[in-house]
Design a protein around this ligand. Structure first.
Ligand code: PLP
Length: 377
C-alpha cells in the first residue's frame, strides 16, 4: 500500500482499466452464466444499502423488515403458507446451511443427491464431513426416482433434488421423490437456485415447490433469474426448528442468534432483491421468462438448421446442443472470446439464454459454432 493516498481521479482511472478488461453482459458474448445484468431498480436499491449489516439486526430494523418481506414474497411464490427463511450470499451458502441443518436435525450423515447436483453440495459434504451418495440419472437426464428407494437406509440425513439443473435447466421429479419419502422423517431439500425464478413463470411448470408436503427446505437465488444483484441467495424452510441445530451465539452483537456462515451480512443484495421483486411483480417475471423461452426456441431452431440439434427439449432457458467434440468447440469459442460451457450428461455445448442474450447474439453464436465446426484450424 502506498504511504499517501491517490487522488480519486487516478483511482477511478485504475478501476476503469480493470473493468475494461472484464467481459460484460452487454457485450453479447456471455452464454454460459446463470447471472445476468441486474434490473435497474435492483442496482439503485443496492447502492442505497451499502452500510447496513444484517448480522447486527438490532441496528437495522428497517433492513430486517425488508429481508422478511423478500422471504414472504418469494416463499409465497414458491408455495409456502407461512414463509420462513433468510437471505444469504447465494446458492452455495444456502445449500451448505441446508445440509448442516439436516445433519444436526437428524444426527445422520449421508446425503443422497442426484449425479448432476451443483458442485456446492459436494463442497458442503467435504466441509461437514458428510458422505455424498450419488443417485443415478434416468434416460431423461433427471434423478431416477425408480432407484431412489433402494438408497433409503438408516443413516440418511437428507435427500436433495434440483429444480433447474445447472447443466441442463431440467427439473428432477420432485413430486415423485416427495411421495417416495412419505412415511419417512428424512429432510428433503430442493435446490431451485436457478429454477426458483423461472419455473413458476413457464407455461406448464412441473410440481416442485412447498406445495409438496415432504419438502423441508429450498434454495432460490435472486442473483440469478431474480434480476437482483450479487450477492443474493435465499434459504427457505418450512419449520423454524429446521435451523435450531446450527444456531451460533453472538455475545457482543445486538442480535444474539446467528444462522448464517458469515457474521457480517451484506444488505445491498437484499435491497436489490426487494426492489427487483416489487418492481417486476409476477407479470414482470413472466414477461422476462417468456422472452427468454422465445429466444431459447429461436436458438434451438437456428442450431438445428445449422446441424446441432438440441439434446432434449428445453424445459427452461438452458440448451444443450448435440455435436461431436463439444469440448473442442467450447475451447475454440472461448479462444474467440465467446463464452459458452459444456454439459456432461447429455454431452454437448451448454448455452444459458439469460435475459441479456438477444436474438442477434444467438444468431452470431450459431454462425460462429458452425464456422468452428466446419473450418477447424
Ligand atoms: N445451485 C444451482 C442449481 C446452481 O446452478 C448454482 C450456480 O449456478 C448454485 C447452486 C450455486 O450458486 P452460487 O454460485 O450463487 O453459490
Amino acid at each position: 500500500m502506498d504511504e499517501m493516498g491517490l487522488p480519486f481521479e487516478e483511482v477511478l482511472a485504475r478501476l476503469k482499466q480493470f473493468s475494461s478488461r472484464d467481459h460484460h453482459f452487454d457485450d453479447g458474448d456471455i452464454f454460459g452464466s446463470m447471472c445476468t445484468k441486474p434490473h435497474d431498480a435492483a442496482i439503485k436499491a443496492h447502492m442505497m444499502f451499502l452500510e447496513a449489516n444484517l448480522g447486527n439486526r438490532g441496528l437495522y430494523p428497517g433492513t430486517s423488515d425488508m429481508e422478511n418481506e423478500v422471504v414472504e414474497d418469494v416463499g409465497t411464490l414458491l408455495g409456502m403458507q407461512r414463509p420462513k427463511g433468510q437471505m444469504l450470499s447465494g446458492g452455495t451458502e444456502a445449500n451448505l446451511l441446508a445440509l448442516w441443518s439436516a445433519r444436526e436435525f437428524t444426527g445422520k450423515n449421508k446425503v443422497l443427491l442426484p449425479q448432476h447436483a451443483h458442485f456446492s453440495f459436494k463442497k458442503a459434504c467435504r466441509m461437514l464431513k458428510m458422505e455424498a451418495i450419488e443417485i443415478p440419472s434416468s434416460e431423461k437426464y433427471v434423478l431416477d426416482s425408480k432407484v431412489l428407494p433402494g438408497f433409503l437406509e438408516d443413516n440418511v440425513a437428507c435427500v436433495v433434488a434440483v429444480a433447474g439443473i445447472t447443466e441442463t435447466g431440467l427439473c428432477d421429479p420432485i413430486d415423485e421423490i416427495g411421495r417416495i419419502l412419505e412415511g419417512t422423517s428424512i429432510p428433503f431439500h430442493v435446490d431451485a437456485a436457478f429454477g426458483g425464478f423461472v419455473l413458476p413463470f413457464i407455461e406448464h411448470p412441473p410440481r416442485f415447490d412447498f406445495d409438496i408436503p415432504k419438502l423441508t427446505s429450498m434454495t432460490v437465488d435472486p442473483h440469478k433469474m431474480g434480476m437482483g444483484t450479487i450477492p443474493g441467495g435465499i434459504l427457505l424452510y418450512r419449520d423454524d426448528s429446521f435451523l435450531k441445530g446450527i444456531r451460533s451465539h453472538a455475545p457482543y452483537l445486538t442480535q444474539k442468534s446467528h444462522y448464517a456462515i458469515t457474521g457480517t451480512r451484506g444488505s445491498a443484495g437484499v435491497a436489490a432483491a426487494f426492489s427487483a421483486i416489487k418492481s417486476l411483480g409476477c407479470s414482470g417475471y413472466r414477461s422476462i421468462v417468456r422472452d427468454c423461452m422465445d429466444n431459447t426456441r429461436h436458438l434451438c431452431a437456428r442450431a438445428k438448421v445449422a446441424g446441432f440439434p438440441c439434446a432434449f427439449e428445453p424445459l427452461t432457458n438452458v440448451v444443450v446442443l448435440s455435436m461431436n467434440e463439444p469440448e473442442y468447440v467450447y475451447k475454440m469459442l472461448t479462444d474467440a472470446g465467446i463464452f459458452c460451457s459444456t454439459s456432461r450428461n447429455p454431452k454437448g455445448l451448454r448455452i444459458v439464454v439469460m435475459p441479456h442474450v438477444s436474438r442477434e447474439n444467438i444468431d452470431a453464436l450459431v454462425s460462429k459454432i458452425k464456422e468452428v465446426v466446419t473450418c477447424p484450424p
